[in-house]
Design a protein around this ligand. Structure first.
Ligand SMILES: Cc1cc2nc3c(=O)[nH]c(=O)nc-3n(C[C@H](O)[C@H](O)[C@H](O)COP(=O)(O)O)c2cc1C
Length: 302
């Protein structure tokens, strides 16, 4: 059976990657999961300076998902290069670094500090406010995304992934990113959401809003992947609510080249390898030999 995938210039032994922010930097996960068995990993989002994130409560469970308002807590790019990269890079060859900034120049500064590391790719998280544009999220501003990717491309020639927000002008944003040289899209980040604590008559989260992830979002994100693949025929990482091998195949049939597993890691640290095993068994039962040959192969006739 051939599970290898090619996503732009990146080659991976299988299509299962870990999604940013849902496994830390593997400090705990590595005790339960052999990261080298996966296609690759996307690191927790890195900013220029360390960030504490939001005060608690930062998580609220919903019947079929999780709302998080972590606030992008991370140790900053310097600490990543100095203390995390040396051991993380020994665990998995395909490490893709997820970064975010509050301005184009902040993104560029982070990239310049990462320059000496041989990471496999860069993922731009654009679901954050752009202070140079009055706090409007990059993901709501195709012009800002165009400028961001154009400037990034001047200093970074490697594998470049842009992670889309599922809300906002997603087709215009995708077009802006691809027209300036992004190699692939991650579809998608979490959905803006709320949870209420009726006893306190307050939001269940310290920051009123959060982002919904987990099985609840899978049907929504699946459609985004389908629509974006139909429109752009570009490499896509499907990401949203994946908990089984069948979920992975659904994303691949809709046009994803590979997938990222997120919230499932929080429930069970061995989710990703279980999902990989399930995918193999599913392909075997379907009599399919090659995962990449199934990409976008959804039959559209009734
Ligand atoms: C606790 C938590 C932290 C996250 N942190 C980040 C992050 O730092 N950067 C990022 O781009 N996405 C982050 N995400 C979004 C996930 O990478 C993923 O896009 C989203 O959760 C949807 O996938 P899932 O339903 O499989 O979790 C985070 C999600 C969760 C649940």
């Amino acid at each position: 059976m051939d599970l290898t995938v090619k996503i732009g210039p990146l080659r991976a032994p299988n299509p299962i990657f870990l999604a940013s922010g849902t496994w830390g930097f593997g400090e705990q996960l590595r005790k339960h999961l052999d990261l080298s068995l996966l296609g690759g990993v996307f690191t927790k989002g890195l900013s220029l300076k360390p960030r504490q994130g939001n005060p608690p409560p930062r998580l609220a469970e919903t019947p079929c998902g999780l709302i998080n308002a972590i606030g992008l807590e991370n140790p900053g790019v310097e600490a990543f290069c100095k203390y995390i990269w040396p051991w993380l890079s020994s665990l998995q060859p395909n490490i893709l670094v997820n970064i975010f900034g509050e301005s184009v120049s902040e993104f560029l500064e982070i990239i310049s500090r990462l320059a000496t590391l041989p990471f496999a790719g860069l993922e731009l998280n654009i679901s954050c406010p752009n202070v140079e544009k009055g706090g409007l999220s990059f993901a709501h501003d195709p012009g800002a995304v165009k400028e961001l990717v154009r400037e990034v491309r001047k200093i970074y020639k490697g594998f470049l992934v842009v992670k889309l927000s599922p809300v906002g002008p997603i087709f215009e944003v995708a077009h802006a990113a691809l027209s300036e040289g992004a190699d692939a899209l991650t579809v998608a980040n979490t959905y803006p959401a709320m949870a209420i604590d009726v006893w306190r008559r307050k939001s269940a989260l310290s920051r009123t809003f959060g982002g919904l992830s987990g099985p609840a979002i899978k049907p929504l994100t699946l459609k985004l992947v389908f629509d974006l693949w139909q429109r752009f025929k570009t490499p896509i990482f499907g990401c949203g609510g994946i908990t089984s091998g069948k979920d992975v195949l659904e994303y691949i049939l809709c046009g994803a080249s590979a997938v990222q597993v997120g919230t499932a890691n929080l429930l069970d640290p061995q989710s990703a390898t279980r999902i990989l095993q399930e995918l193999k068994e599913l392909l075997l039962s379907l009599g399919e030999e090659n995962i990449s040959a199934l990409k976008g192969e959804l039959k559209l006739d009734a």
